[in-house]
Design a protein around this ligand. Structure first.
Ligand code: SF4
Length: 154
């Protein structure tokens, strides 16, 4: 069962989109220096089933243009159900994952067809996040192929 630690409406995660962003618990990557170790335990958080998810989309659909899942690929069948619900609402959908794109291609190849955006790459503190030009992380528009990291550099 997918569970979420919280959700919020955010402007920064996907450039030019207003996103409803869910932080999913159960992350299996255990990055060194993880900022959110409480997300590792899949028992933490509240249930995010399709019914609850739809109610939240109905509530926020006039405000948002995109839904971001922070994790959840480890329960891909369940995540895919939620991704398809996002599509029913004609919203865009993004996944933030600590896996790299090759790992996603091997483990969850369908996800690359179903998503509009994907951020890949585990957290490596010495390389930093998207606002660091040395980062290993990549945010990509999967429809156009554009790498969006440039929007985070100041
Ligand atoms: S992917 Fe994110 S939540 Fe998961 S271990 Fe790495 S930093 Fe922590």
């Amino acid at each position: 069962m997918l569970k979420y630690d919280g959700y919020d409406i955010v402007l920064q995660e996907i450039p030019n989109e207003i996103s409803l962003c869910f932080t999913i618990t159960g992350c299996q990557l255990a990055c060194d220096g993880c900022h959110s170790e409480h997300l590792w335990n899949p028992e933490n958080g509240k249930e995010l089933n399709p019914e609850i998810f739809k109610k939240l989309l109905i509530k926020y659909k006039k405000t948002i243009t995109c839904v971001v899942f922070m994790g959840g690929e480890w329960s891909y069948a369940e995540l895919l159900i939620l991704i398809n619900i996002v599509k029913e609402f004609s919203l865009k959908v993004a996944l933030y994952t600590g896996l790299n794109e090759k790992q996603i291609q091997r483990k969850y190849p369908e996800s690359l067809k179903n998503l509009d955006f994907i951020k890949t790459g585990k957290w490596i503190s010495k390389l930093g996040g998207l606002d660091n030009s040395n980062t290993n992380q990549i945010l990509k528009n999967l429809k156009s192929g554009e790498i969006l990291n440039k929007y985070f550099l100041h």
